[in-house]
Design a protein around this ligand. Structure first.
Ligand code: NAG
Ligand code: NAG
Length: 396
């Protein structure tokens, strides 16, 4: 038991009854937080801020943009922390943890860096200065720092960023070394997307962990962003197996930018599947002790980044545009459990009550085998049940 549940005067029942929000339930399951991204534009919306400030639901926040390089150091050695301070101050005021995001990334990088034609030594010193100044400013406030973000292509090779082109893969361990010196108390993370399932890119991220370690550096965690698609999330066992591939390297893990999108307007069956998919991610984190928490990439569809980047898609978050909770909300609560059960999602979140046909064959992308799997093993034609790892066979 953690937090308020350790007070001896509270009865066990009162303690469990009090653990009602997404983050309270995460803590009851032994995690540090459930949280949300946010940023300055939406903080002018007071109804939004009221919900975000409920630390029973959100025990942690991440600034979506205001700590990125283009916000923090728009011109060389000219630092502006005002936007990031707003989010850091809100976290402190609400008693929420802060994930700080992000120091070295190819995107939202000002052109003075990307097009500066700096030589190796100069670019290293620019990167080191950026990391040191930024981390020193926020020192003591950041539970985690995403030190390097999205360094990989989809096939697991290095992305062709100005850092990789100029410095080589050494830019990654160099960044982590400077970060470790700048704020010894912040956990240092590598953060990327499409590493939630076993495959070439996840393997690439594991190579990065080993690279940093081979330089004698400190990396504490890997952030799996979790920008997922309704119906393609896979089983919690497969997700957990992939988390374990990271934790076996001696790092912790977190889902750092979770959202699960669908075509819009979302059908009610899509929202049910979305609830199942959120529950799968939560269950995976719950079963892996080194998974410290989950952050959704804002909490309401009103401020989601998805529709502007993927036209015709969205509805990716547990609250709709009018701040009404969707089925995903209760699915997340149930998947965390309340500290007294095993967190198995209730059947209402995993089964479409209108679907009475027996699930004899598994559809394309579905799980069809793996350790602990007990469901059907025959794939719908023309797909074949294919070994991905010990925990996951998939219809491909
Ligand atoms: C906790 O969850 C279990 C299983 O879902 C349920 O039986 C129990 O009533 C819940 N307790 C509280 C206090 O919510
Ligand atoms: C740039 O310098 C660093 C530090 O000396 C070194 O590790 C790296 O290999 C160099 N990169 C290139 C492309 O020469």
């Amino acid at each position: 038991m953690v937090g308020f549940c350790s007070f001896a005067l509270l009865s066990l029942a009162a303690c469990l009854a009090a653990a009602n929000g997404l983050s309270a339930r995460a803590k009851a399951a032994g995690k540090l937080y459930f949280g949300s991204a946010t940023d300055n534009p939406e903080l002018s919306d007071s109804a939004y801020v009221n919900i975000l400030s409920n630390s029973e639901d959100f025990g942690q926040i991440t600034p979506g943009n205001s700590m990125k390089w283009d916000s923090v150091e728009p011109s060389r050695d000219n630092f502006n922390f005002a936007g990031g301070d707003v989010v850091a101050n809100l976290a402190a005021q609400n008693g929420q943890l802060l994930r700080c995001h992000t120091l070295v990334w190819h995107s939202q990088l000002p052109s003075w860096v990307s097009d500066g034609n700096f030589d190796n030594a100069t670019l290293i010193s620019i990167m080191e200065n950026h990391i040191t100044q930024t981390m020193t400013h926020f020192k003591g406030k950041c539970l985690h720092w995403d030190v390097v973000n999205e360094a990989l292509n989809e096939d697991g090779t290095y992305r062709d960023s100005v850092f990789y082109r100029t410095i080589g893969e050494a830019y990654i361990p160099i960044a982590f070394k400077v970060a470790a010196a700048a704020d010894p108390d912040a956990k240092l993370y590598y953060n990327d997307y499409n590493i939630e399932h076993a495959g070439a890119k996840a393997t690439g991220a594991q190579r990065i962990v080993k690279l940093i370690q081979s330089y004698g550096g400190r990396i504490d965690g890997v952030g799996l962003q979790g920008h997922l698609i309704v119906g393609s999330v896979g089983s919690s066992a497969a997700l957990a197996g992939n988390l374990n591939d990271f934790t076996s390297l001696g790092v912790e893990v977190a889902y750092t930018e979770l959202d699960i999108r669908t075509t819009t307007p979302a059908s009610s069956s899509a929202l049910q599947q979305q609830a199942t998919d959120y529950a799968s991610v939560v269950s995976a984190c719950k079963t892996v002790p080194e998974c410290v928490g989950i952050t959704i990439w804002d909490w309401t569809d009103k401020y989601s980044w998805i529709p502007s980047v993927f036209p015709g898609e969205g509805a990716a978050l547990p609250w709709d545009e009018n701040y009404q909770k969707k089925p995903a909300y209760n699915a997340i609560l149930n998947a965390w459990g309340n500290g007294s059960g095993d967190g198995t999602p209730t059947s209402s979140t995993t089964t479409d009550p209108t679907d009475t046909s027996p699930a004899e064959t598994v559809p394309h992308w579905g799980q069809c085998g793996g350790n602990g799997y007990t469901g059907p093993t025959t794939c719908e034609a023309p797909y074949e049940c294919t070994y991905l790892n010990d925990w996951y066979w998939q219809c491909l």
